[in-house]
Unconditional design. Structure first.
Length: 492
């Protein structure tokens, strides 16, 4: 079975004259339609749309914008069927249909042939985090020889128990290869990843540098931990992908350890009996029981070598400089009036956020902290930055089950006084709550947090759950409406 790698988590599988595309971003960036901080796919690519073959189908695994991209779909003939899983939110399906496509909702466990391959979708493992829980994992097999097994794409989630059970009972052939996502965000000094702890002693001690074995930790997570999830992956070959994007840290360039080819080459030295490969955009691979064979390059998509090296060099210069990158704003505040309007928009949503907190693991952590700590019943502070009218601080009062105003204090004082906190520009948070930005657009770049418990019980993880497409499609999917409007204006 042939596999063309498109970058990030994008693939062209099967006959390359009419492949099935999976999670294909067919433009250099996504998010340009609604934000000044779009995300660029990394390694950067050159895409020749005129030479692109008409696909047999397009599979979209889930609703996040690095997998579902209406401007990319707009490049395709409307006769191409779009395949989604049964849990895909209606707002996404409606957007695809608004472009003129026919959407196939493929039930989990049902196999269907598209072009030269068989596609079967599975739900993710039950312990997958909420914001990735609608992922449809994809099992791809060669339709001419399906019994030799195929490629399993876990895609940002824990491996499906249903898939493992079907392989173990013999109703499906076991996979010969598995694609694993390296979504690590190992950031240089002064920069914080989405879920990093602003007050971490480790970060402070090393001037923002992560531990010495970060690369080995990544390999452990994506190779060993994946293999340990299910015995059916024993002996499987590994394809390292995912994580292929640039956050808008202009000074820095790509995240360290985000070159999947380099990472896979190191993994290959540490493993036996299986092959580990990190493709680059444009590579065509033959997937066989003996491993991967690079058999050529796509005629319509290739790695942009000049920009690739420029970005790597930019990161190296920044790391050598010892500099830092401060928290930035995405929505530039025009003045005090706009900041007051942003504060009012935030206040309208505070009741919702308070209820979500109380129902979450974070809420249990706050109660435990208030029970045993010296800071009382207000263990969490939300610090809103307002350059023109003065910062505002709100604290979460457990006895009231609500956010209440408090005297604003400096960030250093807040870190010392509160075990939990969020710092964000008011205009950016208001834009998320009104649907002008997605929560994914501001974390790390324009929002930092600190907390005393597990990463997945942190304030940012809570906001992923509370404000992402899973729970609030009414606001988070408005950016997809903006994509549609941009496409329609371009067609006029």
């Amino acid at each position: 079975m042939q596999l063309g790698f498109l970058g990030h988590n994008g693939f062209a599988v099967g006959d390359q004259d009419s492949p099935v595309l999976i999670d294909a971003i067919l433009l250099p960036r996504y998010g340009e339609e609604y934000t000044s901080s779009p995300v660029e796919i990394y390694p950067p690519r050159k895409i020749m749309h005129d030479a692109m073959p008409t696909p047999s189908a397009v599979v979209i695994s889930h609703e996040h914008s690095d997998h579902y991209h209406l401007p990319s779909l707009n490049k395709l003939d409307r006769s191409v069927p779009i395949v989604v899983g049964p849990l895909m939110i209606n707002r996404v399906v409606e957007g695809i249909e608004a472009l003129g496509f026919v959407v196939h909702r493929l039930p989990f466990g049902e196999t269907r042939q598209y072009g030269s391959v068989l596609i079967t979708l599975f739900p993710p493992g039950p312990d997958t985090v909420l914001w990735e829980s609608r992922v449809s994992q994809v099992y791809v097999r060669d339709a001419e020889d399906p019994e030799i097994g195929g490629l399993y794409l876990g895609i940002d989630a824990l491996i499906s128990e249903e898939f493992s059970e079907q392989v173990e009972e013999g109703s499906l052939p076991g996979p010969i290869a598995v694609a694993v996502s390296n979504n690590a965000q190992i950031t240089p000094p002064g920069v914080f990843g989405s879920l990093d702890v602003l007050g971490s002693p480790d970060i402070a001690e090393h001037n923002g540098r992560r531990g010495a074995f970060a690369g080995l930790d990544i390999l452990q997570g994506i190779i060993s931990d994946t293999a340990e999830q299910t015995p059916i992956f024993r002996g499987c070959h590994f394809l390292v992908c995912g994580g292929g994007f640039l956050k808008d840290y202009e000074q820095m360039g790509p995240f360290p350890f985000s070159e999947q080819k380099d990472l896979a080459e190191h993994a290959a030295r540490l493993t036996r009996w299986v092959e580990v490969l990190g493709p680059e955009p444009g590579d065509i691979l033959e997937v066989t029981p003996d491993g991967f064979q690079n058999i050529g390059e796509l005629a319509w998509l290739t790695t942009d070598r000049v920009r690739f090296e420029e970005l790597r060099a930019r990161r190296d210069r920044f790391l050598r400089s010892g500099g830092s990158i401060p928290l930035r704003e995405i929505i530039t505040s025009a003045g005090a009036d706009q900041e007051e309007a942003a504060l009012r928009d935030i206040e309208k949503e505070l009741t919702y956020l308070a209820r979500v907190i109380l129902l979450s693991p974070l809420g249990r952590g706050l109660i435990q902290s208030a029970r045993s700590g010296p800071h009382g019943v207000r263990p969490l502070i939300l610090k809103l930055i307002r350059p023109h009218s003065g910062d505002v601080s709100l604290v979460f009062d457990i006895t009231e089950g609500a956010f209440v105003s408090t005297e604003d204090i400096s960030l250093a004082e807040a870190l010392d006084a509160y075990p939990y906190g969020i710092v964000v520009h008011a205009a950016d948070l208001a834009a998320v709550l009104s649907g002008s930005l997605q929560i994914w657009d501001i974390v790390g770049i324009a929002m930092h947090s600190w907390y005393a418990n597990d990463t997945y019980e942190s304030p940012v993880a809570l906001l992923f759950d509370a404000l992402g497409e899973q729970t609030r499609p009414d606001i988070s999917c408005q950016v997809y409406d903006l994509q549609l409007e941009t496409i329609k204006r371009g067609a006029e």
